[in-house]
Design a protein around this ligand. Structure first.
Ligand SMILES: Nc1ncnc2c1ncn2[C@@H]1O[C@H](COP(=O)(O)OP(=O)(O)OP(=O)(O)O)[C@@H](O)[C@H]1O
Length: 353
């Protein structure tokens, strides 16, 4: 089942909360919609579900205009952050809900409930009370409930949002696998880039109601169209640079062309985007070769330390994110030297950043 949004705008509370969004989702594709809080993600999902009428534009499912079709006739399954399981029904009753609404037979419902519970790893849970389940189990019941009526399109709004971090991380991989094995077309709304990376075959970045960029995760990581998209997708340092005759001059000197992920498009002032995987710390004693800076912040992450290294520029220090795997005891105030890896940094036009 394929989905198309064509120039969808939604005017609410005196402004356009969604502006001219056009989007295609292929059959069985999982699209993640990523954006900060308030950017309009949920409104986009509500338009797809038929819970919110667009002010202008249209929604197509399998090439058919469904803009005026009510929610119950669109064949969509939904799963929201709070899961909203029915507390007085057991697990089987919750999962069977959508099929009962669709007037499926008892035996078909029973076997489908068993099938989707098996899919989410909760075989035999039919008669368990919802109240006695863990957060992760509830989340999986909610997913099973959404999948049971075989929706042609599954809409997920921050489905892991209310879970604690450890559980969320564990369920994240599971969710990605489940969506693939269910063979369903899905739109997964999240503000969390790790979630978007885990499930999305492509990611649509929504900023301030407009679609800023759509592409596979590596493309968004490596080729963000501007600094705003780069920031939503993950940690990034932004350094003011000058492009002269196609050469990029940074505050610490000209950059070797081999360090650029792609050649700059125009001469003039520009912004250099530096991801943590674009820099490495030089061995102590190799200072003459690299970019000098001072550790401004550090955060221990178990197998690595996430550092922010302040590098001086004429317009003040800029912070570059750096991942240090070797010396986990690097501390704030320490002087370090950085080196840019080959084909790692991106130059964007300042007008768009
Ligand atoms: N019914 C409404 N009336 C007025 N404004 C609304 C209405 N619904 C949503 N908005 C506004 O539209 C903007 C986008 O809301 P939306 O819920 O789509 O954002 P979101 O990206 O999903 O955010 P979050 O991640 O916080 O849920 C917000 O500023 C919100 O306050």
């Amino acid at each position: 089942m394929s989905l198309r949004l064509d120039r969808v705008t939604v005017h609410l509370g005196g402004r356009d909360v969604v502006r001219d969004v056009s989007l295609d989702v292929g059959d069985r594709e999982v699209l993640a919609v990523l954006g900060p809080s308030g950017s309009g993600k949920t409104t986009v999902l509500r338009v797809i579900a038929g819970l919110q009428a667009p002010t202008s534009g249209r929604v197509e499912i399998d090439g058919r205009d469904v803009t005026a079709v009510p929610t119950h006739a669109r064949g969509v399954g939904m799963m929201f952050q709070d899961h909203a399981l029915f507390p007085h029904r057991d697990v089987g009753g919750n999962v069977a809900f959508g099929m009962r609404m669709a007037r499926a037979s008892r035996s078909a419902t029973r076997s489908r409930v068993a099938e989707v519970l098996d899919l989410v790893g909760l075989s035999g849970f039919e008669s368990r009370a919802v109240d006695g389940l863990s957060g992760g189990e509830r989340q999986r019941v909610a997913l099973a409930r959404a999948l049971a009526p075989r929706p042609s399109l599954l809409l997920l709004d921050e489905p892991l949002g209310s879970l604690d971090r450890a559980l969320r991380d564990r369920l994240l991989d599971e969710l990605a696998g489940l969506l693939r094995s269910a063979g369903v077309t899905a739109v997964h709304v999240t503000h969390d880039q790790a979630e978007a990376f885990a499930t999305g075959e492509r990611i649509a970045v929504v900023l301030d109601g407009r679609l800023a960029q759509v592409g596979p995760p590596p493309e968004l990581w490596r080729r963000p169209v501007d600094l705003d998209v780069a920031r939503v997708v993950g940690p990034v340092g932004a350094v003011p640079v000058e492009v002269r005759d196609g050469r990029v001059v940074a505050p610490w000197g000209p950059l070797p062309a081999r360090t650029l992920a792609s050649p700059p498009t125009a001469d003039g002032p520009a912004t250099l985007l530096v991801r943590p995987d674009a820099v490495e710390l030089c061995l102590d004693g190799a200072e003459a070769l690299g970019i000098g800076g001072t550790v401004a912040r550090r955060s221990f992450r178990g197998d690595h330390v996430q550092l922010h290294v302040a590098v001086p520029t004429p317009e003040g220090a800029v912070d570059l994110p750096v991942v240090e795997h070797d010396r986990l005891d690097r501390d704030v105030g320490e002087r370090v030297t950085l080196r840019l890896r080959d084909r790692s940094v991106i130059v964007v036009d300042p007008a768009t950043s």
